[in-house]
Ligand binder design. Structure first.
Ligand SMILES: Cc1cc2nc3c(=O)[nH]c(=O)nc-3n(C[C@H](O)[C@H](O)[C@H](O)COP(=O)(O)OP(=O)(O)OC[C@H]3O[C@@H](n4cnc5c(N)ncnc54)[C@H](O)[C@@H]3O)c2cc1C
Length: 261
């Protein structure tokens, strides 16, 4: 499963083992989330808004994820979903692409008022301070990136933000209208380049970007092939960039036992 989260969990457990004063909140108790709104974003994607019974759910960093638990036909199903809302929003939201059991439940069966369960938000795919961000998203990989971009913009960032967003078609582009609105409202910091209908980004798009942008942090989320290609293009730039940050949407769920405070 996802390397970064396992590393994080190991570090926390190591800290507890060596008693080096790391304070950890127990995050093993599933708590109720009530579905407050369902919005079909595209023909195969739905956003699910939650009302948590515990307000601690709002204490998260942009792009962290929730480990949710739903009971389907008597079977417990655990899955991981990035939060697509920003900590600065007044709501908690995940955005789910139709795939197997749990996404089918959210897309086709869930109703406002249904209660599911979740652990508190966790994850180390979070924003590092920078004056310049390059985000690379493919399909549903936009969810954590949308959370980060909204958070930067809502906090009146002075940083420059560029998004390369790849999708099969314009119709299947999640948050297309919302991103368009953000780009109009925040045209100074935000630039979006859409890649659709097989027009994929390539090394020259990254080279062009790097001609005018230096010292940027890059965040990638999307299919494995998009991630591999983006990392290669970034490496080819031969700049002193830090390692690209990536999030992996592996099937199933990513265990996390504690939250450092
Ligand atoms: C950190 C993280 C963040 C994530 N964020 C998001 C997000 O924001 N949005 C999002 O949509 N997803 C996200 N995911 C993925 C999500 O956790 C689920 O894996 C995804 O929604 C599929 O779950 P499901 O229950 O719908 O499908 P599953 O039932 O788990 O099935 C997954 C696939 O396996 C196939 N399959 C299942 N059982 C079998 C079988 N017995 N034999 C053969 N094939 C089988 C299914 O057909 C399907 O294609 C994230 C994952 C991680 C780790």
């Amino acid at each position: 499963v996802c390397g970064t989260e396992i590393k994080e969990t190991e570090e926390v457990l190591d800290a507890i083992y060596h008693r080096n004063k790391t304070l950890v909140i127990d995050n093993t108790n599933y708590q109720d989330l009530i579905i407050s709104k369902l919005v079909k974003e595209t023909s195969d994607t739905v956003s699910v808004y939650f009302e948590p019974t515990n307000k601690d759910f709002y204490n998260f960093e942009a792009a962290q994820y929730v480990n949710i638990r739903v009971k389907l036909n008597g079977k417990i199903c655990d899955r991981t979903f990035s939060l697509s809302s920003s900590p600065l929003d007044q709501f908690l939201r995940i955005t789910v692409k139709l795939n197997g059991d749990v996404s089918h439940y959210f897309y086709n069966q869930a109703k406002v008022g249904d209660t599911i369960q979740s652990l508190l938000p966790v994850g180390d795919y979070v924003l590092k301070p920078s004056n310049n961000y390059l985000f690379v998203a493919g399909g549903s990989g936009i969810t954590p990136i949308y959370s980060m971009i909204r958070t930067l913009l809502l906090s009146n960032t002075k940083s420059k933000i560029t998004l390369f967003y790849s999708n099969k078609t314009t119709e299947s582009t999640i948050f297309l209208q919302e991103l368009d609105d953000l780009e109009k409202q925040f045209s100074n910091p935000l630039t979006i380049k859409h890649f659709v209908n097989g027009n994929r980004f390539n090394s020259s798009d990254f080279a062009e970007y790097a001609k005018v942008n230096t010292n940027f942090e890059s965040y990638i989320c999307g299919p494995l092939s998009l991630k591999v290609a983006s990392k290669k293009y970034l490496e080819e730039l031969n700049t002193d960039q830090s390692v690209a940050h990536t999030e992996d949407f592996v099937d199933g769920f990513v265990p996390m036992f504690g939250i450092r405070i």
